[in-house]
Design a protein around this ligand. Structure first.
Ligand code: ASP
Length: 441
């Protein structure tokens, strides 16, 4: 059994968290390849090292004294070193970094958060340190070169059967450090899981996996035990975020499970994410996997008589939104009408220009704007096997006096989206949760 074990920023925020990580690693021999983020927040008022490094770079750029910031960063690492009684010589490296700071590229500079965190963790666990710049190969276009990365790993494995590696960065063909997008250590873990053909990718964070609904809306919601990558994508899109969205891409095809676990409560079952779940295995799973949503959408409702005979009308309308660089969320349609649903913030500045251009483009005077719409996604891989799910959902909302403004369903039938008024958002989510989750038990 081979596990890739990645720890997020809060799991490595200070020496207390380092100790929890060590207990986790030592409790299972399969946990031999460890990836760490940079030390994150120790409490809600604290700063992430990566944020401080980005800020440091901005100070340098605008010729503002960066030393107080750099000292804060340095102190965080030196505190961990001292409190754990470690003897890795990061001191002289930090000193060198201080001198070189103004000449470093932004990527090189911000990558140091993960670098020093991993150096300390390797020492503390008694594992070799392997630098991500010697492992993760990133092409100039930002894509990952898995073949080269696998080759690098092959030579490293000749010498080491375990290691700690910093997440978040890799190397370009010309040998420069390149960072991924924020939260990218999740992707580093996933690349390693793929290239080392791991049995499981454990992603340790500060929550016990995904909850069926937002705990700020539903009291003590149940945990999602298993979820497919596609379901996760639908839920993440609606705002439920624990894992970097791109982390599933490297391993999707290999169906390597990602297990989300809580460093502060390692005994909790967490959530397992898979590409597909065997139907036989899934018999007792709930009909719905999760509920998520977002407020503040705007529907631009367009009416025109005999619209269905008018070729190109949707295209002409959409091209106006494209011109204003507005991304479209949904296009529910009727016979003589259709609506374009967009995020309100995207059209705030230009809504009147957009309407007048649509009027010109399709020759209609009948355009209605509805603001303050909330979209709620009810997601479940088992919905498409059970007729009546949408009926039950709409009935539950209707019986509780919630007016549904729009309905959309993806063709894979794993997601039913309803649009309600912003003011009904929280209540609608609670009603769906109670109806599908509470009443099932
Ligand atoms: N430290 C980086 C960030 O804060 C990457 C990561 O944590 O995954 O975005």
């Amino acid at each position: 059994m081979l596990k890739i074990t990645k720890f997020g920023g809060s799991s490595v925020a200070d020496s207390t968290q380092f100790k929890k990580v060590k207990d986790i690693i030592e409790s299972d021999k399969a946990r031999r390849f460890v990836i760490v983020s940079a030390s994150g927040k120790r409490n809600s008022k604290d700063n992430k090292i990566t944020d401080l490094l980005y800020l440091c770079h901005a100070h340098i750029e605008y010729h503002v004294d960066y030393m107080p910031l750099f000292k804060m960063i340095e102190e965080r690492f030196l505190d961990i070193k001292k409190e754990l009684g470690l003897d890795t010589d990061i001191d002289s490296e930090l000193l060198r970094l201080e001198k070189e700071l103004p000449s470093l590229s932004i990527d090189e500079l911000v990558s140091r958060g993960e670098y020093f965190t991993a150096r300390l963790m390797a020492d503390y666990l008694g594992f070799p340190f392997v630098d991500a710049k010697d492992v993760i190969e990133i092409r100039y276009d930002g894509s990952f070169d898995y073949d080269k990365t696998s080759e690098n790993l092959k030579s490293i494995l000749i010498e080491h059967d375990r290691f700690v590696m910093p997440g978040f960065y890799g190397v370009t063909p010309d040998g420069r450090i390149k960072v991924m997008t924020r939260g990218g250590s999740d992707i580093s873990g996933s690349i390693l899981a793929r290239c080392l053909k791991a049995d499981i990718y454990e992603n340790w964070t500060d929550v016990s996996g995904f909850l069926i609904a937002d705990p700020r809306i539903v009291k003590n919601p149940k945990n999602i035990e298993r979820i497919t990558y596609s379901e996760l994508r639908e839920l993440s899109y609606m705002g439920a975020s624990v894992l970097h969205e791109d982390a599933v891409f490297p391993i999707r095809k290999y169906n390597i499970p990602i297990h989300i676990l809580n460093t502060n409560r390692p005994e909790d079952p967490g959530t397992i994410i898979l590409d597909s779940i065997d139907a036989e295995d899934d018999k007792n799973a709930p009909i719905i996997t999760g509920i998520a949503g977002k407020k503040d959408f705007t529907a631009v409702e367009i009416y025109k008589k005999h619209m269905s005979n008018d070729v190109g009308i949707v295209r002409k309308t959409l091209s106006v939104f494209e011109k204003y660089n507005v991304s479209i969320e949904h296009i529910p349609s009727g016979i003589d009408s259709f609506s374009i649903v967009v995020q309100s913030k995207d059209v705030k500045e230009n809504i009147y220009d957009i309407i007048s251009e649509i009027k010109d483009a399709i020759h209609t005077d009948h355009i209605n704007i509805v603001e303050g719409i909330a979209l709620i996604a009810t997601v479940g891989r088992n919905m498409n096997r059970r007729p009546g799910t949408s009926g039950r959902l709409f009935a539950a909302l209707g019986n509780n006096g919630i007016n549904i403004r729009m309905i959309a369903q993806g063709s894979d039938e794993i997601n039913i989206i309803v649009g309600v008024e912003n003011k009904d958002f929280e209540r609608a989510i609670s009603i769906i949760y109670d109806n599908f989750i509470e009443e099932e038990n």
